[in-house]
Design a protein around this ligand. Structure first.
Ligand code: DAH
Length: 342
């Protein structure tokens, strides 16, 4: 086989092999095998020097043409393989515009916030403004000034989280009464005092160690028990629905005299007796009473000239009754399956 024939074989072999390359890696191998430093075509070029001088120009021309031809084919193959690769990637990441969209879930107010706002709206209608007092409270405001001295057995009613020996996390919203009176004295007052309260208590389905209360305070020249009962009845009707009855029971709180507890007829059974009202027919809505003269005086109001009523109600309990929630722990457990229902 002369060198021309040999070159024709190499060329034919290269063309056939090129047909077989299916990806870039295989193409690079092909280039190395024929056009690389030790490639078959390159070796043909090197062999020119061993030919008889007369054959060299013709063979040199021929071999250069083959090299050129293969280089062009290589460049074309590279381009089309790259294009195919891009097409493949695009196809893999294609978006199916016919798929239905995913609904975006929007948040909403927490059940407690919703209930608080209902309560604010009801009392705003009755002329009460919202007054906020601190969560970290002085012992004197939380107890002493509310007529609960250190030796008083009523302190047992409030298990306390102490911050230090003078400060504590308020166990009820009642200390706000003293704060408003001291700030406003001596003018008539009609406020509600909402806020979180804290008690060092066992957590159960019925009691949390953090919960909301809304305190109410009305002070004036002739505020009476009738005003208190009327206010409570209005609240029951506006919060639980028209036609609600209320019932007043005598009770005891150190900061009110006389003290009462206010119930409304059960919203579920209307008084027949059911699990929500524990078969009593009544639901507790607030502790209340006429502001104790000592408390008025501690607030800077002369009890001979001024009188007032006060009440304190829970927030989670009424929403539990209204919506049939059976476990108070659900409120702050952050389980969205619960929260989204309201
Ligand atoms: N502070 C009381 C408690 O936490 C609730 C209360 C009762 C508030 C009677 C009042 C009231 O203002 O007059 O249990």
């Amino acid at each position: 086989m002369d060198s021309f024939e040999e070159l024709a074989v190499v060329r034919a072999e290269a063309l056939a092999a090129l047909e077989e390359t299916e990806n870039i890696a295989a193409l690079r191998d092909w280039e190395k095998a024929y056009l690389g430093r030790k490639g078959k075509v390159t070796l043909q070029i090197r062999a020119i020097g061993k030919l008889p001088p007369a054959q060299r120009p013709a063979f040199g021309k021929e071999v250069n043409q083959v090299k050129q031809e293969l280089a062009v084919l290589y460049a074309e193959a590279e381009k089309s393989l790259k294009r195919a690769e891009i097409a493949r990637r695009l196809a893999a990441s294609a978006v199916d515009v016919t798929l239905p969209g995913r609904p975006a879930i929007s948040g909403h107010l927490h059940l407690t916030t919703q209930t608080l706002r209902q309560i604010y709206a009801i009392f705003a209608q009755l002329g009460f403004e919202v007054y906020e007092s601190p969560d970290v409270e002085l012992e004197s405001y939380n107890f002493d000034l509310l007529n609960i001295p250190a030796y008083h057995p009523a302190r047992d009613m409030w298990d306390t989280f102490w911050v230090d020996d003078k400060r504590l996390l308020r166990t009820h919203t009642s200390p706000g009464q003293i704060r408003v009176m001291r700030e406003r004295t001596p003018e008539p007052i009609r406020v509600i005092l909402p806020g979180k309260c804290y008690r060092y208590e066992q957590i159960t389905a019925r009691s949390e160690h953090q919960f909301y209360q809304v305190e109410g305070l009305a002070v004036g020249r002739q505020v009476s028990m009738t005003d208190l009962i009327g206010t409570m009845h209005q609240f029951a009707e506006l919060f639980y629905g028209e036609g609600r009855q209320i019932r007043v029971r005598s009770s005891y709180f150190p900061f009110t005299e006389p003290s009462i507890e206010v119930d409304t007829d059960c919203i579920l059974c209307g008084g027949e007796g059911c699990p929500i009202c524990k078969y009593t027919g009544w639901l507790e809505i607030a502790g209340a009473g006429m502001v104790h003269p000592v408390v008025l005086e501690n607030g800077g109001y002369n009890p001979d000239e001024w009188s007032g009523f006060a009440f304190g109600m829970g927030v989670e309990r009424p929403s539990m009754m209204k919506y049939g929630v059976e476990d108070i722990r659900l409120f702050y457990g952050n389980d969205l399956r619960f929260l989204r229902q309201f």
